[in-house]
Structure formats: structure tokens, C-alpha cells
Design a protein around this ligand. Structure first.
Ligand code: SF4
Length: 337
């Protein structure tokens, strides 16, 4: 479990007495609780002055705030299994991990964490969208990791209660975290899916900085599956290295050995990609990253990716390796291609 020592904790005055806020404060380490500052609005401070992204390593603040404006947004095309509507809801900004390709670098003006505690409004909006578009998908963690701070926010309880009332809607909790203690105590629902991003052992260690190692992620997946929870996988981003095919063969073998691959709800595949802004930040923040070994060029949608022939080769290789391990091909889809 991640015990993060936030330098300062900023709390909006109007939500100090909200139950969710009080619960978060009570779960903070004592040292963080001693550094609480009460503010009018997080927008007056968060990102007002540019805070370098890598300061997240040793100077991270937490904002506890109310999310105003849009709470649920439609997700871009090619986001999930095709033919279904996808939405994401905004319950926090930024992440405690530091994957070198992360799209959050350069997205906000600050790496500080913001958690929103107006759950009643977020839930109301999800319900209304679910009613309008029956059978749609909802995704948490578009701007954060869905599980990494869930012991602090207590959000899992909200999700399971809400989606029990919405059996037709589906919720995806996307994560690299092994923070599953709370999940193991909750009764599983078929429409709530924990989806884990997994990469080769080397990438988990040297590119997904500060995230749990592959073997711990696989153990967490197995425990959730044994408890009866639904699990999805994202083999995304797939990153080129001189031994990419051997490394991905080992990854798929490991998946088939250590988790119940036949019980996985779906597997998405995606090759590393950057918007121009994120690519610029990535080069600045990680000049020695092994990602630079691959041939990255501007693609049809202005994103920086490998040339199409290489992307197709890598995607088909991983797809075929999974099919060889008895994954049904209709459960595998390409993300953002
Ligand atoms: S886990 Fe996701 S959100 Fe967090 S740093 Fe990695 S890519 Fe970014």
C-alpha cells in the first residue's frame, strides 16, 4: 500500500466537513496532517505557477477539492471494445507513479495530486448517463491510477454500491497498483472490472518507474481472480527493444502460467504513442530512456509512434502469442490504432 507523504495538503473550505474529505484527512500520515492549508478553490493554486513535472519525486502536494463543470465525458473512439459507448468520469488528477511515457507530463501545469470529494454529484451524473445510454462503459482513472490511492479516498466502496444499482452499465478500474486489500473484502460484481496494465519485466522495472514489479502485479491479479473479481488486461504500451519479440513471448508465457488467462474479460493491445506536447516533455524528462531506441515518427493523427508496418508487426505478434495461449481472439482488441 502506498503511504505517500504529501508536503502540503490543501483543502477547499466548503468541503472540509464533507464525510469523504474527513475520511481522507483521517487516513493521511500524521506529518501530512500537520501541514494542512485551507483554501477557497484549488484552481487558485493548482497549476497557477508551472511546477516542473519531476518535482513529483520529492515535493508532492495534495489538493482535496470539489469538481465543478463536466463530471462525465465521452471517451475518444478506439478507447475500448468497439460497438459500445465509453465514458470516463473525473474523480482525480495526476498519479504517484512515474511511467516515462505518461501522458500526464505536460498535461497539467503541475504534478500535484487533486482528489475530488463531491461523490454524490459524480454518482448522479454517472446514473443519468447510464440511463440515457444503457449498456455503456465507464472508466475511472483517465487522469490518474484507479487503485493507487483508493485506500486513501475510499472510492472502491462508492463504485461497487453504485454499479450494483446499474447492472447494465460496466465500470473499468484501470491500474498498475497492487493496492487490492479493500477489493478483496468487497463482494465481486460482474460489471466492475479491474484492468491491469502489464508490460515486460524489463519495462515494468526500467520504464514504469515507481510502479509495482510485474510479479507483484500478477500476484494481485490472481488474488482478485480467485476472489471472483473480473479482470481485464492492457498490454499497452508495447515498447520496441532489440529483443522485443522474445521479451513479449516471455510475458505471454508468464501470464498464462501465473494468472487464469482463460478468465480474463478482455485484453487490449497498444503500441507506445505520444502527442507532440507529451513527446517534447518526455524527451526533456527522460533523455536516457530506452524508449528512444525505437524509431518514432509523426503518424497520420500527428501522434508520435513507430511506423505503421512495425506497429502492425508488433501488435500481430503479441495477438498471435495470446491466441496460441488459448485466449479467444474476440476478446483481444487494439487500442488507439
Ligand atoms: S500509472 Fe498511468 S497515470 Fe500513473 S504515471 Fe503511469 S501511465 Fe501515468
Amino acid at each position: 500500500m502506498e503511504m505517500i507523504l504529501f508536503k502540503k495538503v490543501f483543502i477547499e473550505k466548503n468541503i472540509v466537513n464533507v464525510e469523504t474529505t474527513k475520511n481522507i484527512v483521517s487516513r493521511l500520515p500524521k506529518k501530512s496532517r500537520e501541514n494542512i492549508v485551507y483554501i477557497d478553490s484549488y484552481q487558485d493554486i493548482f497549476g497557477k505557477v508551472k511546477k516542473p513535472y519531476l518535482q513529483k519525486r520529492d515535493n508532492l502536494n495534495l489538493f482535496i477539492a470539489e469538481k465543478k463543470g463536466v463530471l462525465v465525458k465521452e471517451a475518444p473512439e478506439a478507447y475500448g471494445l468497439s460497438g459500445e459507448k465509453h465514458f470516463y468520469f473525473i474523480n482525480s488528477y495526476n498519479c504517484i507513479y512515474e511511467c516515462e511515457y505518461c501522458y500526464l507530463q505536460g498535461f497539467f501545469n503541475s504534478p500535484d495530486i487533486v482528489v475530488f470529494t463531491n461523490w454524490d454529484e459524480i454518482k448522479k451524473e454517472i446514473k443519468s448517463v447510464a440511463k440515457k445510454y444503457p449498456g455503456s462503459w465507464f472508466h475511472a482513472g483517465e487522469f490518474s491510477d484507479s487503485l493507487a490511492l483508493s485506500h486513501l479516498t475510499g472510492e472502491l466502496g462508492h463504485y461497487f454500491k453504485l454499479f450494483k444499482e446499474l447492472p447494465e452499465a460496466k465500470l473499468e478500474l484501470r491500474t498498475k497498483s497492487i493496492n487490492i486489500r479493500e477489493a478483496l473484502e468487497i463482494d465481486p460484481l460482474n460489471n466492475v472490472i479491474f484492468s491491469f496494465s502489464v508490460s515486460t519485466e524489463d519495462a515494468c522495472k526500467n520504464i514504469d518507474l515507481k510502479t509495482p514489479p510485474l510479479k507483484h502485479r500478477l500476484k494481485a491479479i490472481k488474488e482478485l481472480q480467485d476472489r471472483g473479481h473480473q479482470v481485464g488486461l492492457h498490454l499497452d504500451p508495447i515498447i520496441w527493444s532489440p529483443n522485443w519479440s522474445e521479451e513479449h513471448t516471455h510475458l505471454v508465457e508468464k501470464l498464462s502460467r501465473e494468472i487464469s488467462l482463460d478468465k480474463v474479460s478482455y485484453i487490449s493491445l497498444g503500441v507506445v504513442r505520444f502527442t507532440e506536447t507529451v513527446y517534447h516533455q518526455f524527451k526533456k524528462n527522460y533523455p536516457a530512456s530506452s524508449i528512444h531506441q525505437g524509431e518514432l515518427t509523426k503518424s497520420f493523427d500527428q501522434k508520435i509512434r513507430y511506423p505503421r508496418a512495425l506497429r502492425n508487426k508488433m501488435l500481430s505478434f503479441v495477438r498471435e502469442s495470446l491466441i496460441f495461449r488459448e485466449v479467444k481472439k474476440e476478446l483481444i482488441y487494439d487500442c488507439m490504432e
